[in-house]
Ligand binder design. Structure first.
Ligand SMILES: [Zn+2]
Length: 120
C-alpha cells in the first residue's frame, strides 16, 4: 500500500544534506548581504537557522516512521475491521523545535463511513 519504498540510509542522508546545505547557504547569503552586523544580529540569524535545523532533523526522522507509511492498517475504532488507506494529509504541530508541517496517513472505514486521522 506504500506509495514509495523505504529509503536507504544513504538516500536519507543525501536528502537531509540537501536541506542542511540550504541552511548553510542562507547563512552565507545573509553574511554577504550584511557587511558589518553586530553580535546580536549574527546571533539572531544563527538562532533562526538553528531552529530550522532542528525542524529539518525532526521532520526527517518523523517522515520515515511507520505512522506516516504504516505497515498495518489500523482497525476501525467503531467496528474493528481494518480501515482503508485514504492518502495523506498535512498537519501543523507546534513542537519544542518549532512548527512542524507533518504528513499523516488518513484512513477510512467504508462500513461505518468514518475517517481516522491518527493523532501525534
Ligand atoms: Zn468501521
Amino acid at each position: 500500500m506504500s506509495r514509495r519504498s523505504k529509503l536507504t540510509r544513504a538516500e536519507k542522508k543525501a536528502a537531509l544534506m540537501q536541506r542542511v546545505e540550504a541552511l548553510v547557504d542562507q547563512m552565507l547569503d545573509w553574511a554577504e548581504a550584511n557587511v558589518r552586523p553586530n553580535l546580536t544580529q549574527i546571533e539572531d540569524q544563527a538562532l533562526t537557522l538553528r531552529q530550522r535545523f532542528g525542524q529539518v532533523l525532526t521532520d526527517s526522522v518523523i517522515a520515515g516512521q511507520d505512522n506516516v507509511e504504516p505497515l498495518h492498517l489500523p482497525p476501525c475504532p467503531q467496528c474493528g475491521k481494518p480501515m482503508r488507506p485514504k492518502g495523506t494529509k498535512r498537519k501543523t504541530v507546534l513542537a519544542r523545535v518549532g512548527e512542524l508541517n507533518l504528513e499523516r496517513s488518513h484512513f477510512y472505514c467504508p462500513r461505518c463511513e468514518r475517517g481516522l486521522f491518527p493523532p501525534g
